[in-house]
Design a protein around this ligand. Structure first.
Ligand code: CMX
Length: 442
């Protein structure tokens, strides 16, 4: 067993027993009440699942195992060659075992992923069978599905697997998947935008730097950005569409390939991960409509108002849980100020940040007028030369694998059951409202 797996097993045995005790002794403790509005409106604020890897506070933003993003940027191990941003290997380790990793433990994961990164040829063949202009997220999901042939979980289950072994095979599949995703993503990028001129992995590089290399970006800048990018997009507690879908599909004991591909289909939606592509397209449309250059704040305000009157959303703004500026936005803003200092698109992102919130607030219905993670990411990518907006969600997906697969391993280790919430018809709800009104009239 590798040392991460050993460590996980030790922690999982303790927590699985604890969870059994909690359910047995305190299973009837109430965690909240469910309202009619919550049932109709996307289950907002309704606690309905357990996710060990991270927790989202509406006012403060995400904490991974208790650590905020600024803390993680300081504390997680960096690349030994003078890296200044955390290595995503570290956030995975932290999410999986709940401890801050040492530099040595990080190198262990880098090496483990390098060992596992070979993508079977048929996966590339399947990608090649799609029209080259197929959206990169569709190519990505198709490739993950094609790679399901490699699932050790599915094979072991078919042979007859004891429940106690689920986590072990889920771990193996997850580690293999994470190791291979950058290669697949880079292949799609080079196929679609670089005439199929592919770049082999460099076995001397860490996971994020190797990804930048395979995408075709040499030098420190993109490597540093990828390390930050792949760290901060990794997880956002369990209820977001990609995490929840992975958890839900995995709850049917669908293997990690099937579960993760399902999650990625959710990430490809414009209200979730695709918003990073939308933001850039929206900014470029504004720039082009004004003939290039920097717009004024008045022009930005007008553009936002027009977006709203056209019945569209302002991409990169708002959130289902957050009620403040997303700390993942702030981390990218800080990255811009530290390493880039001047860039037109990043300046437009800043100007939108000043102009948009009061306009969104004035609609009286948008609960969070502040920017989310997607409001900034594209501007940094464009600065370093990645102009292909429709690829951005794939980068998000590669990172999101770290969180949702760490959670999936936990699900299998703690015996998390098939998910099956109840539902009502509107007739049922009307009857319940009537009964409640009768009760208060008494
Ligand atoms: N622009 C315009 N209208 C918005 C808006 C925005 N940025 N954010 C919310 N609204 C609207 C909603 O569409 C809704 O309108 P209706 O009542 O007409 O249906 C109303 O305001 C209330 O919505 P809410 O409760 O504030 O927000 P939700 O929890 O329903 O939705 C989200 C959250 C993220 C889908 C929404 O804010 C949005 O569409 N934002 C733009 C897309 C985006 O940036 N998504 C990325 C989110 C982060 C991620 O997952 O990656």
């Amino acid at each position: 067993m590798d040392s991460l797996k050993d460590k996980f097993k030790a922690k999982a045995d303790i927590l699985a027993t604890e969870i059994k005790d909690i359910i047995k002794n305190n299973g009837d403790v109430k965690l909240g009440e469910i309202t009619v509005a919550q049932v109709y409106q996307g289950m907002r604020g309704m606690t309905g699942m357990v996710t060990e890897t991270s927790r989202l506070d509406p006012e403060e933003g995400i904490r991974f195992r208790g650590y905020s993003i600024p803390e993680l940027r300081k504390m997680l191990p960096k690349a030994v060659d003078g890296g200044t941003e955390p290595l995503p290997e570290g956030i995975f380790y932290l999410m999986l075992v709940g401890e801050m990793p040492t530099q040595e433990e990080i190198s262990g994961i880098t090496n483990e992923w390098l060992k596992r990164n070979n993508v079977p040829k048929h996966v590339f063949d399947v990608i090649e069978s799609l029209p080259v202009d197929t959206h990169p997220m569709t190519q990505f999901v198709t490739a993950i599905m094609a790679m399901q042939t490699e699932s050790v979980f599915a094979k072991a289950y078919a042979k007859g697997m004891n429940k106690k072994q689920y986590w072990d095979y889920a771990y193996e599949d997850s580690m293999n998947l994470i190791a291979r995703l950058p290669r697949i993503a880079a292949y799609i990028y080079r196929r679609k935008y670089k005439n199929g001129n592919h770049i082999e992995p460099d076995h001397k590089l860490d996971w994020a730097a190797n990804f930048a290399h395979m995408l075709g970006f040499e030098g420190n800048d993109m490597k540093r950005l990828m390390r930050l990018y792949l760290t901060i997009h990794a997880d956002h507690e369990g209820g977001n569409v990609s995490a929840h879908t992975t958890h839900l599909v995995g709850s049917a004991l669908s293997d990690p390939y099937l579960a993760f591909a399902a999650g990625m289909n959710g990430l490809a939606g414009p209200l979730h991960g695709l918003a990073n592509q939308e933001v850039l397209a929206w900014i470029m449309e504004l720039k082009e409509s004004l003939g290039g250059g920097l717009p004024t704040k008045e022009q930005i305000a007008e553009y936002i108002k027009k977006t709203l009157t056209d019945g569209k959303v302002v991409p990169g703004y708002g959130h289902a849980v957050l009620r403040k500026t997303d700390p993942r936005f702030t981390a990218q803003q800080d990255f811009y100020k530290t390493y880039i200092k001047h860039d037109d698109i990043c300046e437009i992102v800043q100007m939108i940040y000043e102009v948009a919130p009061p306009i969104l607030e004035s609609t009286g219905k948008i609960k969070n007028p502040w920017p989310n993670v997607d409001a900034h990411s594209g501007a940094l990518l464009v600065h370093y030369g990645m102009h292909e907006h429709d690829f951005y969600t794939v980068l998000f997906g590669v990172s999101r694998a770290l969180g949702v697969l760490a959670s999936l391993i936990w699900d299998r280790a703690t015996g998390s059951p098939i998910e099956r919430p109840g539902s009502l018809t509107t007739e049922n709800i009307k009857a319940k409202i009537k009964a409640a009104q009768k009760e208060t009239a008494k």
